[in-house]
Write a protein that binds this ligand. Structure first.
Ligand code: NAD
Ligand code: 6OD
Length: 484
């Protein structure tokens, strides 16, 4: 049994708040206890982060900071197996996935933002003045201060370092609140921070729940200068309200109900390979996943049958076994949520092309398993088609022409991501421009260049992160005007 501790001012401390069990989603067994931070400990973490800004960290030059960021990337890679095991035990996700996505990206985030800050430059403007001598304006990029980082459970290390790396690159200090479901890798990163010589107080972790617990204590804390959040849209609303006090900036990466669109001229093999991942990877617990799919009638049957076959092809089981390709969902609560949609789809008369049940797996009977599922035949007004499920499932609907298909895709209060499948590049560009989302993938899915703007439109978020866009959130520009 492990105890998942807080990391405050460079030290691991037991939480004085509530304690709750941490489960291994593959079996449901309790593998540890999370000791949540109470309000006083969150206050101590924010205080440590504030003090560190004024300490050695605040005096480091950019090149010295970059050296430390690179050491963090190397430090994660040096303990790759520890991070991998911790992430797998928290989430049940297969090694085949976590070793290719979660842990390498956790390290890469530090390298990418080391490159970014090293290449950073700001604007200068030479201006005329009546005396003829002129003036020079230049901008200084300064850290925002103490950043509160509130994280979800689906890609714990990846999404946490996606925020922590640019925050540190810009010279801030952070207090991280990992999801209550996935406390492990944020705490483990504390060990790496100490090992590579990050000054105490720069990186802090407070464990706990959201409302009425560490999440809310952190986001309401007046000593937090900016909040970056990834999670559900309703939680984003609560955090935005908390941040309004003190007029603190927020960056919100929120939920979605992403639609894919497949045109008659798509390369079916390539499309099915991409869509299989878009619908089912990480057991559908990817904010960018496709839960609505619109397919032009000419290829509808082929795509529907192919996707159903892909759904049936996943192998669930021991996540440490290289042959396992699908894990459970994160918790009993999440399984109940997903199953409520599976039941609803059935009762509303969906045609179930694959899956639809919560299987009991021999040897893993207590695990939170749900079958990859493909439906068709539901009306567009069904909650199964309009609400985010965050499970391995998708609803397929046929369309006749481009205008109709694009209208169906856009009929959503969300706007995170889309995936467009066609061999007609002109149409692909037209669709990418017409679809109201922050991220459009053409003939691919989740292909990431970390310098690109990342974020959602409509109720899927506020702001963009990635490359220079992260710099914009995690720093403030001060204009300096010099009279010559
Ligand atoms: P969640 O909103 O339930 O929780 C996220 C975090 O917020 C957790 O750490 C939680 O403890 C904390 N929290 C909850 N209530 C809070 C409050 N009142 N004040 C402060 N903190 C609070 O989300 P989740 O269930 O962990 O993750 C799944 C959701 O995240 C899905 O909606 C998914 O689409 C979204 N997500 C979005 C992106 C993106 O990039 N847009 C990425 C990953 C996940
Ligand atoms: O790749 C990323 O940087 C990112 N933020 C991915 C988000 C995935 C959501 O589940």
């Amino acid at each position: 049994m492990s105890n998942f501790l807080n990391f405050i001012d460079g030290e691991f401390v037991a939480g004085a708040g509530e304690a709750y069990p941490n489960h291994f989603p593959t079996t449901g067994e309790v593998i540890g206890e999370v000791r949540a931070a109470d309000a006083a400990q969150v206050d101590a973490a924010v205080g440590a982060a504030r003090a560190a800004l004024k300490g050695p960290w605040g005096r480091l030059s950019v090149p010295d900071r970059v050296v430390l960021l690179r050491k963090l990337a190397a430090g994660i890679n040096a303990r790759f197996d520890d991070f991998l095991a911790a992430e797998i035990r928290d989430t049940g996700k297969p090694r085949s996935l976590a070793s290719h996505i979660d842990i390498p990206r956790g390290a890469a985030n530090f390298d990418v933002f080391a490159d970014q800050i090293l290449a950073d430059h700001t604007e200068t403007f030479r201006m005329a003045t009546p005396d003829g001598r002129g003036a020079l304006n230049y901008a200084l990029r300064l850290p925002r201060g103490v950043i509160g980082v509130v994280c979800p459970w689906n890609l714990p290390l990846l999404l946490m370092t996606w925020k922590v790396a640019p925050a540190l690159a810009c010279g801030n200090t952070v207090v991280v609140k990992p999801s209550e479901e996935t406390p492990a890798t944020a705490a483990l990163l504390g060990e790496v921070m100490n090992d590579v010589g990050i000054p105490r107080g720069v990186y802090n972790v407070v464990q706990g729940q959201g409302g009425g617990s560490a999440g809310e204590f952190l986001t309401r804390h007046p000593g937090v200068d900016g909040i970056t959040f990834t999670g559900e849209t309703t939680t984003g609303e609560a955090i935005m309200a908390a941040a309004a006090k003190g007029v603190r900036p927020v960056s919100l990466e929120l939920g979605g109900k992403n639609a894919g669109i497949v045109f008659d001229d798509a390369d079916v093999t390539k499309t099915l390979e991409g869509l299989g991942r878009a619908c089912f990877a990480n057991t559908g617990q990817v904010c960018l996943g496709t839960e609505r799919l619109y397919v032009q009638r000419g290829v509808f049957d082929e795509i529907a049958e192919g996707l159903a076959k892909a759904a049936r092809g996943y192998r669930m089981g021991d996540p440490f076994d290289a042959a396992t390709t699908l894990g459970p969902v994160i918790s009993e609560r999440q399984r109940a949520k997903v199953m409520s949609y599976y039941d609803r789809a059935r009762s509303e008369g969906a045609e179930i092309l694959a899956g639809g049940t919560a299987p009991s797996l021999q040897g893993y009977e207590g695990g939170y398993w749900v079958e990859p599922t493909v439906w068709t035949g539901l009306p567009e007004t069904s909650g199964v088609v309009t609400e985010e499920i965050f499970g391995p499932c998708t609803h397929i609907c046929p369309f006749d022409d481009e205008e109709e298909g694009l209208a169906l895709v856009n009929d959503s209060p969300y706007g995170l991501a889309t995936t467009i499948w066609t061999e007609n590049l002109t149409r692909a560009h037209r669709a990418a421009e017409a679809i109201e989302v922050g991220i459009s993938w053409i003939n691919c899915w989740f292909l990431r260049d970390l310098r690109t703007p990342f974020g959602g439109s409509k109720q899927s978020g506020i702001g963009r992160e990635g490359g220079v866009h992260s710099m914009e959130f995690y720093s403030e520009l001060r204009n300096v005007c010099v009279k010559l």
